[in-house]
Design a protein around this ligand. Structure first.
Ligand SMILES: [Zn+2]
Length: 316
């Protein structure tokens, strides 16, 4: 191994370390929820499909509206209770996606997607976790208005944390989809891939959905084998990240690569190859001679890759 590397202060992992106290015990009491909505300091995030509506500011923008402001900006659907920040209630209000789009261009508002908000730092960092919570929850509502058991229209209960079917009495809960995202490593080398949709020059970790009946470790080994043909042994959990595009939880891992030959699944990946440690450091520091780089610091892939070189993750 090379001498210990220091890449400077570690950036914050986006959407994590929420200050929200979810106060789940309040969800079951409709009168208490109504009282929370009426509190003078109650505020709502306004989300229309992929778009978030912000109030234009000088440095950063303000994503918080009073509930009446939020509901005055267009047709709205569910209001979900996200929790409390310093005892102040926080909600997410579902705005009709077409109405959200039509607000774009107003002088006092900014309408954009949550990825852009996070990568460009358009709001104070403390708003990212509740925005992720609200977006994932409202996306689930948008796609689950009918009972998956009998097809009847369902009713929102528990502040948006459940939908009940009046017909078959089924109860439906918001779901989170686990995704493994991993870096196969062997000594001083690791494997990165490029998805067809990546910007030119960007390389990242491999990733894929955990399937029913599958352990995280097995999903890491299967996805790595399927996407690049590499056999993995030991799998080590690193960190996780909510990824509300639409409702994923990214489970970051390092994996011990036991084979070397790469066979790319071209339906999944545009390219994949081995990278040396020095090349990875240049990519993290944005000084690669060919302009290659890693994903932005908001994404867990950056942290997985950086931890391998900086914290010397090794299976040797
Ligand atoms: Zn039903």
């Amino acid at each position: 191994m090379s001498p210990r590397l220091d890449l400077g202060p570690k950036p914050h992992l986006g959407y994590t370390a929420s200050r929200i106290e979810r106060a789940a015990e309040r969800r079951t009491d409709p009168a208490a929820l109504a009282a929370l909505e009426r509190q003078p300091r109650a505020r709502a995030y306004l989300i229309g499909g992929e778009l978030v509506v912000l109030r234009k500011g000088a440095q950063t923008h303000d994503p918080l509206f009073t509930l009446s402001q939020a509901r005055s900006l267009g047709p709205t659907a569910e209001t979900t209770f996200l929790g409390l920040i310093d005892d102040d209630p926080r909600f997410a209000v579902a705005l009709d996606p077409a109405a959200a789009k039509s607000l774009d261009g107003r002088d006092d508002l900014v309408v954009t997607d949550l990825r852009t908000i996070a990568v460009r730092g358009l709001v104070e960092a403390e708003h990212l976790p509740p925005l992720a919570e609200g977006k994932a929850l409202l996306t689930w509502h948008l796609r689950h208005r009918f009972c998956s058991n009998c097809g009847s229209a369902t009713n929102v209960v528990e502040g948006g944390w459940r939908r009940d079917c009046p017909s078959c009495r089924g109860q439906h809960f918001p779901r989170t989809d686990p995704v493994v995202i991993m870096l196969p490593v062997a000594g001083d080398r690791c494997v990165l891939g490029r998805s067809h949709r990546f910007a030119a020059g960007m390389w990242s970790c491999l990733a894929g959905f955990v399937e029913p009946g599958e352990a995280i470790e097995d999903a890491v080994r299967r996805e790595t084998r399927e996407e690049v043909g590499i056999e993995c042994g030991e799998v080590r959990y690193f960190r996780s990240q909510p990824w509300p595009f639409p409702t994923s939880l990214m489970i970051g891992c390092h994996a011990q690569a036991r084979s070397r030959e790469i066979v790319i699944d071209r339906t999944e990946l545009d390219d994949a190859r081995w990278f040396g440690r020095d090349e990875i450091v240049a990519m993290l520091q944005r000084r690669h001679p060919d302009g290659l780089g890693t994903p932005p610091t908001v994404a867990i892939a950056y942290h997985i890759i950086r931890a391998w070189v900086e914290d010397e993750v090794s299976f040797d």
